[in-house]
Write a protein that binds this ligand. Structure first.
Ligand SMILES: [Mg+2]
Length: 119
């Protein structure tokens, strides 16, 4: 099995797109499978494909606030070997906004701010 790497988008890939696009190109050239796994929803794609232009579109996964590792297993049958994420707790834990209606996932103006806010 080839190595599989997942990179978070907000506040990870976006912190230095030049770095990560270079990393992804290098990894793909070595036969490594690379994903972006984000807690955004598919309707929050924004400029993701432009920023992360080295990632194939079928390698971008939107978990919609669900924990990333189980989501990849259940919905994509993919085991990720290495996670690169500024919020590693969300690899194995749902985002609190999924259960708590008082919380709201970042709106578009807050993407990459690294925090959620109450409504
Ligand atoms: Mg992040």
């Amino acid at each position: 099995m080839p190595l599989t790497i997942a990179i978070d988008y907000d506040d990870t890939f976006t912190k230095d797109p030049h770095l990560w696009n270079g990393f992804v190109s290098s990894a793909l050239g070595r036969g490594i499978d690379v994903y972006i796994v984000t807690m955004r929803s598919p309707d929050q794609v924004g400029d993701l494909h432009k920023v992360a232009h080295t990632i194939p579109k079928d390698r971008v996964v939107f978990t919609a606030l669900q924990a990333k590792r189980p989501y990849m297993r259940r919905h994509h049958s993919v085991h990720v070997d290495i996670w690169i994420d500024d919020s590693p707790q969300y690899v194995d834990n749902d985002h609190p906004a999924l259960e708590n209606v008082e919380m709201r996932w970042m709106d578009v103006s807050q993407f990459n701010s690294g925090y959620w806010r109450k409504s």
